[in-house]
Design a protein around this ligand. Structure first.
Ligand SMILES: Cc1cc2nc3c(=O)[nH]c(=O)nc-3n(C[C@H](O)[C@H](O)[C@H](O)COP(=O)(O)O)c2cc1C
Ligand SMILES: CC(C)CC(=O)C(=O)O
Length: 332
Protein backbone atom coordinates (compact mmCIF):
# COMPACT_ATOMS: atom_id res chain seq x y z
CA UNK A 1 0.00 0.00 0.00
CA UNK A 2 1.61 3.25 -1.12
CA UNK A 3 2.77 5.61 1.61
CA UNK A 4 0.89 3.94 4.45
CA UNK A 5 3.37 3.99 7.30
CA UNK A 6 3.30 1.15 9.83
CA UNK A 7 2.24 3.65 12.51
CA UNK A 8 -0.73 4.85 10.50
CA UNK A 9 -1.61 1.33 9.41
CA UNK A 10 -1.74 0.37 13.10
CA UNK A 11 -3.98 3.38 13.83
CA UNK A 12 -6.46 2.27 11.16
CA UNK A 13 -6.28 -1.47 11.90
CA UNK A 14 -6.12 -1.40 15.66
CA UNK A 15 -8.61 -1.56 18.47
CA UNK A 16 -8.90 -0.95 22.18
CA UNK A 17 -7.36 -3.10 24.89
CA UNK A 18 -6.61 -6.67 23.87
CA UNK A 19 -8.64 -6.20 20.66
CA UNK A 20 -11.12 -8.90 21.67
CA UNK A 21 -14.12 -6.95 20.40
CA UNK A 22 -12.26 -6.07 17.21
CA UNK A 23 -11.76 -9.78 16.54
CA UNK A 24 -15.23 -10.70 17.80
CA UNK A 25 -17.00 -8.60 15.17
CA UNK A 26 -15.62 -10.71 12.33
CA UNK A 27 -15.66 -13.97 14.28
CA UNK A 28 -19.37 -13.57 15.06
CA UNK A 29 -20.23 -13.38 11.35
CA UNK A 30 -18.24 -16.56 10.91
CA UNK A 31 -20.52 -18.33 13.40
CA UNK A 32 -23.63 -17.64 11.34
CA UNK A 33 -24.64 -19.56 8.23
CA UNK A 34 -27.30 -19.03 5.59
CA UNK A 35 -30.19 -21.45 5.13
CA UNK A 36 -31.04 -20.64 1.50
CA UNK A 37 -34.36 -21.00 -0.30
CA UNK A 38 -34.40 -22.36 -3.86
CA UNK A 39 -36.49 -22.13 -7.04
CA UNK A 40 -37.72 -18.65 -6.23
CA UNK A 41 -37.21 -16.98 -9.63
CA UNK A 42 -34.93 -14.24 -8.32
CA UNK A 43 -34.15 -12.76 -11.73
CA UNK A 44 -35.47 -9.27 -10.99
CA UNK A 45 -33.15 -8.45 -8.16
CA UNK A 46 -33.08 -4.87 -6.88
CA UNK A 47 -30.64 -3.91 -4.15
CA UNK A 48 -31.69 -0.28 -3.81
CA UNK A 49 -32.98 1.17 -0.56
CA UNK A 50 -34.00 4.68 0.50
CA UNK A 51 -32.89 6.24 3.79
CA UNK A 52 -34.37 9.58 4.90
CA UNK A 53 -35.25 10.32 1.29
CA UNK A 54 -31.87 9.38 -0.22
CA UNK A 55 -31.78 6.37 -2.53
CA UNK A 56 -28.59 4.29 -2.53
CA UNK A 57 -27.61 1.52 -4.95
CA UNK A 58 -27.39 -1.04 -2.14
CA UNK A 59 -27.62 -1.14 1.66
CA UNK A 60 -23.84 -0.77 2.04
CA UNK A 61 -22.72 2.64 3.31
CA UNK A 62 -19.37 4.16 4.27
CA UNK A 63 -18.82 4.39 8.04
CA UNK A 64 -17.22 7.53 9.49
CA UNK A 65 -13.49 7.03 9.91
CA UNK A 66 -10.93 9.64 10.87
CA UNK A 67 -7.93 11.08 9.05
CA UNK A 68 -8.27 9.87 5.45
CA UNK A 69 -5.35 12.00 4.30
CA UNK A 70 -3.11 9.60 6.24
CA UNK A 71 -4.23 6.95 3.76
CA UNK A 72 -4.28 9.00 0.55
CA UNK A 73 -3.26 12.56 -0.36
CA UNK A 74 -6.79 13.37 -1.57
CA UNK A 75 -8.24 12.03 1.68
CA UNK A 76 -11.99 12.25 2.20
CA UNK A 77 -12.53 13.93 -1.18
CA UNK A 78 -11.27 10.77 -2.89
CA UNK A 79 -13.37 8.60 -0.59
CA UNK A 80 -16.46 10.62 -1.48
CA UNK A 81 -15.74 10.37 -5.23
CA UNK A 82 -15.40 6.59 -4.98
CA UNK A 83 -18.50 6.31 -2.82
CA UNK A 84 -20.54 8.38 -5.27
CA UNK A 85 -19.27 6.27 -8.18
CA UNK A 86 -20.54 3.16 -6.39
CA UNK A 87 -23.92 4.81 -5.79
CA UNK A 88 -23.53 4.80 -2.04
CA UNK A 89 -23.51 7.31 0.78
CA UNK A 90 -20.62 8.44 2.99
CA UNK A 91 -20.71 9.37 6.65
CA UNK A 92 -18.08 12.10 7.04
CA UNK A 93 -16.14 11.80 10.31
CA UNK A 94 -15.93 14.84 12.52
CA UNK A 95 -12.21 14.04 12.42
CA UNK A 96 -12.05 14.37 8.62
CA UNK A 97 -8.89 15.92 7.23
CA UNK A 98 -10.73 17.70 4.40
CA UNK A 99 -13.29 20.50 4.71
CA UNK A 100 -16.86 19.23 4.54
CA UNK A 101 -17.53 21.74 1.75
CA UNK A 102 -14.84 20.14 -0.43
CA UNK A 103 -16.20 16.66 0.29
CA UNK A 104 -19.72 17.83 -0.55
CA UNK A 105 -18.48 19.33 -3.83
CA UNK A 106 -18.10 15.75 -5.13
CA UNK A 107 -21.93 15.45 -5.07
CA UNK A 108 -21.66 12.30 -2.98
CA UNK A 109 -24.65 12.04 -0.61
CA UNK A 110 -23.25 12.74 2.87
CA UNK A 111 -24.18 12.34 6.48
CA UNK A 112 -22.01 14.06 9.11
CA UNK A 113 -20.74 12.32 12.25
CA UNK A 114 -20.58 14.38 15.42
CA UNK A 115 -18.99 13.99 18.82
CA UNK A 116 -21.03 16.56 20.77
CA UNK A 117 -18.50 18.90 22.35
CA UNK A 118 -18.66 20.31 25.89
CA UNK A 119 -18.74 23.75 24.24
CA UNK A 120 -22.35 23.80 23.02
CA UNK A 121 -21.88 26.92 20.91
CA UNK A 122 -18.96 25.32 19.10
CA UNK A 123 -20.96 22.11 18.57
CA UNK A 124 -23.76 24.19 17.07
CA UNK A 125 -21.36 25.96 14.74
CA UNK A 126 -19.94 22.63 13.49
CA UNK A 127 -23.45 21.28 12.91
CA UNK A 128 -24.49 24.48 11.14
CA UNK A 129 -21.46 24.32 8.88
CA UNK A 130 -22.13 20.69 7.92
CA UNK A 131 -25.79 21.47 7.32
CA UNK A 132 -24.89 24.44 5.12
CA UNK A 133 -22.58 22.17 3.12
CA UNK A 134 -25.57 19.97 2.36
CA UNK A 135 -25.25 16.91 4.60
CA UNK A 136 -28.49 14.97 4.86
CA UNK A 137 -28.31 13.56 8.39
CA UNK A 138 -26.40 13.97 11.63
CA UNK A 139 -24.80 10.82 13.06
CA UNK A 140 -24.16 11.31 16.77
CA UNK A 141 -21.56 8.94 18.19
CA UNK A 142 -22.63 7.91 21.67
CA UNK A 143 -20.16 5.14 22.51
CA UNK A 144 -17.25 7.40 23.41
CA UNK A 145 -17.66 9.22 26.75
CA UNK A 146 -13.91 8.75 27.09
CA UNK A 147 -11.21 7.85 24.60
CA UNK A 148 -10.21 4.22 25.01
CA UNK A 149 -6.72 2.86 25.59
CA UNK A 150 -5.36 1.70 22.24
CA UNK A 151 -2.11 -0.16 22.87
CA UNK A 152 -0.85 -0.03 19.30
CA UNK A 153 -1.05 3.76 19.19
CA UNK A 154 0.57 4.07 22.60
CA UNK A 155 3.38 1.73 21.62
CA UNK A 156 3.89 3.65 18.37
CA UNK A 157 3.69 7.03 20.04
CA UNK A 158 0.96 8.04 17.58
CA UNK A 159 -0.49 11.23 18.98
CA UNK A 160 -0.65 13.87 16.31
CA UNK A 161 -1.35 14.34 12.65
CA UNK A 162 1.68 15.20 10.51
CA UNK A 163 2.44 18.85 9.83
CA UNK A 164 0.00 20.38 7.36
CA UNK A 165 -2.84 18.01 8.21
CA UNK A 166 -5.63 18.99 10.59
CA UNK A 167 -9.24 18.19 11.38
CA UNK A 168 -10.54 20.75 8.92
CA UNK A 169 -14.05 20.88 10.30
CA UNK A 170 -12.93 21.83 13.80
CA UNK A 171 -11.80 25.35 12.98
CA UNK A 172 -13.48 27.89 15.21
CA UNK A 173 -14.40 31.48 14.37
CA UNK A 174 -10.77 32.57 14.58
CA UNK A 175 -9.51 29.81 12.26
CA UNK A 176 -7.86 27.98 15.13
CA UNK A 177 -8.33 24.21 14.97
CA UNK A 178 -9.82 22.73 18.12
CA UNK A 179 -9.10 19.19 19.21
CA UNK A 180 -11.97 16.75 19.69
CA UNK A 181 -13.02 16.37 23.31
CA UNK A 182 -14.75 13.22 24.50
CA UNK A 183 -17.45 14.20 27.00
CA UNK A 184 -18.34 11.89 29.88
CA UNK A 185 -21.11 14.22 31.04
CA UNK A 186 -23.29 13.63 28.00
CA UNK A 187 -26.79 12.38 28.72
CA UNK A 188 -29.98 11.88 26.74
CA UNK A 189 -30.67 15.61 26.90
CA UNK A 190 -28.00 16.02 24.20
CA UNK A 191 -30.49 14.59 21.72
CA UNK A 192 -33.04 17.22 22.68
CA UNK A 193 -30.41 19.98 22.42
CA UNK A 194 -29.34 18.83 18.97
CA UNK A 195 -32.97 18.54 17.92
CA UNK A 196 -33.37 22.21 18.84
CA UNK A 197 -30.50 23.35 16.60
CA UNK A 198 -31.02 21.24 13.49
CA UNK A 199 -33.81 19.88 11.35
CA UNK A 200 -31.60 17.09 10.05
CA UNK A 201 -32.50 13.49 10.88
CA UNK A 202 -30.51 12.44 13.97
CA UNK A 203 -28.99 8.94 13.95
CA UNK A 204 -27.38 7.56 17.12
CA UNK A 205 -24.22 5.53 16.49
CA UNK A 206 -22.97 3.07 19.07
CA UNK A 207 -26.13 1.48 20.42
CA UNK A 208 -25.73 -2.10 21.71
CA UNK A 209 -28.27 -2.48 24.53
CA UNK A 210 -31.97 -2.90 23.70
CA UNK A 211 -32.97 -0.57 26.57
CA UNK A 212 -30.98 2.21 24.90
CA UNK A 213 -32.72 1.46 21.62
CA UNK A 214 -36.04 1.96 23.38
CA UNK A 215 -34.84 5.25 24.92
CA UNK A 216 -33.61 6.41 21.52
CA UNK A 217 -37.07 5.87 20.06
CA UNK A 218 -38.62 7.78 22.98
CA UNK A 219 -36.22 10.68 22.35
CA UNK A 220 -37.41 10.93 18.78
CA UNK A 221 -34.27 10.05 16.87
CA UNK A 222 -34.60 9.00 13.24
CA UNK A 223 -32.31 5.97 13.19
CA UNK A 224 -29.81 3.84 15.08
CA UNK A 225 -26.46 2.29 14.27
CA UNK A 226 -25.63 -0.86 16.21
CA UNK A 227 -21.89 -0.37 16.60
CA UNK A 228 -19.01 -0.95 19.00
CA UNK A 229 -16.82 1.54 17.13
CA UNK A 230 -15.06 -1.28 15.30
CA UNK A 231 -13.67 -2.59 18.61
CA UNK A 232 -11.88 0.71 19.25
CA UNK A 233 -13.71 1.80 22.41
CA UNK A 234 -14.97 -0.78 24.94
CA UNK A 235 -12.80 -3.87 24.52
CA UNK A 236 -15.01 -6.71 25.68
CA UNK A 237 -18.17 -5.24 24.18
CA UNK A 238 -20.51 -7.64 22.41
CA UNK A 239 -20.00 -8.28 18.68
CA UNK A 240 -22.39 -6.14 16.70
CA UNK A 241 -24.10 -8.95 14.78
CA UNK A 242 -24.77 -10.65 18.15
CA UNK A 243 -26.26 -7.43 19.56
CA UNK A 244 -28.46 -6.73 16.54
CA UNK A 245 -31.47 -9.05 17.12
CA UNK A 246 -32.34 -7.65 20.57
CA UNK A 247 -32.03 -4.07 19.33
CA UNK A 248 -34.21 -4.82 16.31
CA UNK A 249 -36.78 -6.41 18.59
CA UNK A 250 -36.82 -3.41 20.93
CA UNK A 251 -37.22 -0.98 18.04
CA UNK A 252 -40.04 -3.01 16.55
CA UNK A 253 -39.86 -1.40 13.12
CA UNK A 254 -40.29 2.17 14.42
CA UNK A 255 -36.90 3.30 13.01
CA UNK A 256 -34.26 1.98 10.63
CA UNK A 257 -31.56 0.03 12.50
CA UNK A 258 -28.15 0.02 10.81
CA UNK A 259 -25.08 -2.00 11.81
CA UNK A 260 -21.33 -1.69 11.43
CA UNK A 261 -18.35 -3.77 12.54
CA UNK A 262 -16.75 -6.72 10.81
CA UNK A 263 -18.74 -6.58 7.57
CA UNK A 264 -16.27 -7.96 5.03
CA UNK A 265 -18.25 -9.74 2.28
CA UNK A 266 -21.60 -9.67 0.55
CA UNK A 267 -22.99 -12.53 2.58
CA UNK A 268 -22.20 -10.63 5.81
CA UNK A 269 -24.51 -7.91 4.52
CA UNK A 270 -27.17 -10.52 3.75
CA UNK A 271 -26.91 -11.94 7.28
CA UNK A 272 -27.22 -8.49 8.89
CA UNK A 273 -30.25 -7.66 6.76
CA UNK A 274 -31.84 -11.04 7.49
CA UNK A 275 -31.45 -10.30 11.22
CA UNK A 276 -33.27 -7.00 10.79
CA UNK A 277 -30.72 -4.36 9.77
CA UNK A 278 -31.86 -1.87 7.14
CA UNK A 279 -28.28 -1.31 5.95
CA UNK A 280 -24.68 -1.83 7.01
CA UNK A 281 -21.67 0.46 7.06
CA UNK A 282 -18.06 -0.49 6.41
CA UNK A 283 -15.08 1.18 8.05
CA UNK A 284 -11.64 -0.36 7.59
CA UNK A 285 -12.26 -1.95 4.17
CA UNK A 286 -12.89 1.54 2.78
CA UNK A 287 -9.72 2.90 4.38
CA UNK A 288 -7.61 0.07 2.92
CA UNK A 289 -9.20 0.58 -0.49
CA UNK A 290 -8.52 4.31 -0.31
CA UNK A 291 -4.87 3.69 0.59
CA UNK A 292 -4.44 1.13 -2.15
CA UNK A 293 -6.33 2.79 -4.97
CA UNK A 294 -7.75 6.20 -4.10
CA UNK A 295 -11.26 6.97 -5.36
CA UNK A 296 -11.20 4.04 -7.81
CA UNK A 297 -10.17 1.73 -5.00
CA UNK A 298 -13.07 2.85 -2.83
CA UNK A 299 -15.48 2.41 -5.75
CA UNK A 300 -14.15 -1.09 -6.42
CA UNK A 301 -14.36 -2.13 -2.76
CA UNK A 302 -17.98 -0.98 -2.48
CA UNK A 303 -18.85 -2.48 -5.87
CA UNK A 304 -17.32 -5.76 -4.72
CA UNK A 305 -19.53 -5.84 -1.63
CA UNK A 306 -22.59 -4.98 -3.70
CA UNK A 307 -21.84 -7.65 -6.33
CA UNK A 308 -21.29 -10.13 -3.52
CA UNK A 309 -24.59 -9.15 -1.92
CA UNK A 310 -26.38 -9.51 -5.25
CA UNK A 311 -25.01 -13.02 -5.74
CA UNK A 312 -25.80 -13.95 -2.14
CA UNK A 313 -29.39 -12.75 -2.58
CA UNK A 314 -29.83 -14.87 -5.69
CA UNK A 315 -28.26 -17.91 -4.05
CA UNK A 316 -30.42 -17.50 -0.93
CA UNK A 317 -33.58 -17.10 -3.00
CA UNK A 318 -34.36 -13.41 -2.47
CA UNK A 319 -34.87 -10.53 -4.87
CA UNK A 320 -34.70 -7.51 -2.55
CA UNK A 321 -33.28 -6.57 0.84
CA UNK A 322 -36.85 -6.45 2.17
CA UNK A 323 -37.32 -10.15 1.37
CA UNK A 324 -34.52 -11.19 3.72
CA UNK A 325 -35.93 -12.70 6.89
CA UNK A 326 -34.47 -14.29 10.01
CA UNK A 327 -35.45 -17.83 8.95
CA UNK A 328 -32.66 -17.59 6.33
CA UNK A 329 -29.89 -17.74 8.95
CA UNK A 330 -28.81 -20.27 11.53
CA UNK A 331 -25.92 -20.81 13.96
CA UNK A 332 -22.94 -22.48 12.31
C1 LIG B 1 -9.46 4.27 11.63
C2 LIG B 1 -10.83 4.42 12.19
C3 LIG B 1 -11.29 5.68 12.54
C4 LIG B 1 -12.58 5.82 13.03
N1 LIG B 1 -13.02 7.08 13.29
C5 LIG B 1 -14.29 7.24 13.71
C6 LIG B 1 -14.81 8.54 13.93
O1 LIG B 1 -14.12 9.54 13.72
N2 LIG B 1 -16.07 8.65 14.39
C7 LIG B 1 -16.86 7.56 14.63
O2 LIG B 1 -18.00 7.70 15.04
N3 LIG B 1 -16.40 6.31 14.40
C8 LIG B 1 -15.14 6.14 13.95
N4 LIG B 1 -14.70 4.87 13.70
C9 LIG B 1 -15.60 3.72 13.84
C10 LIG B 1 -16.31 3.42 12.50
O3 LIG B 1 -17.27 4.39 12.21
C11 LIG B 1 -17.03 2.07 12.53
O4 LIG B 1 -17.85 2.00 13.69
C12 LIG B 1 -16.10 0.87 12.48
O5 LIG B 1 -14.94 1.14 11.75
C13 LIG B 1 -16.84 -0.31 11.87
O6 LIG B 1 -16.09 -1.44 11.92
P1 LIG B 1 -15.20 -2.03 10.69
O7 LIG B 1 -13.98 -1.18 10.61
O8 LIG B 1 -14.94 -3.42 11.16
O9 LIG B 1 -16.04 -1.99 9.42
C14 LIG B 1 -13.41 4.70 13.20
C15 LIG B 1 -12.93 3.43 12.85
C16 LIG B 1 -11.67 3.28 12.34
C17 LIG B 1 -11.21 1.92 11.94
C1 LIG C 1 -9.78 10.85 16.13
C2 LIG C 1 -10.68 9.86 16.82
C3 LIG C 1 -11.58 10.57 17.74
C4 LIG C 1 -11.43 9.09 15.76
C5 LIG C 1 -12.08 7.84 16.24
O1 LIG C 1 -13.21 7.82 16.60
C6 LIG C 1 -11.36 6.60 16.18
O2 LIG C 1 -10.16 6.62 15.91
O3 LIG C 1 -11.96 5.55 16.40
Amino acid sequence: MPDLSPVHRDFFAGGAGDERTLRANEAAFDRIRVVPRVLRATGDRDLRITLFGTEVAAPVLVAPTAFHRLAHPDGEVATARGTAAAGSLMVVSMAATAPVEDIAATDCPLWFQLYPQPDAAFTASVVGRAEAAGVRALVVTVDSPVFAHRPRDVRNGFLDLPAGMVCENLRDGTGRVRSIAMDDRLGWDVVDRLRAITGLPIVLKGILHPADAELAVEHGVSGLIVSNHGGRQLDGAIATIDALPAVVKAVGGRLPVLLDGGVRRGVDVLVALALGATAVLVGRPVVWALAAGGAAGVRDALDGLMVGLDAALALAGARTPAELTADLVAAA
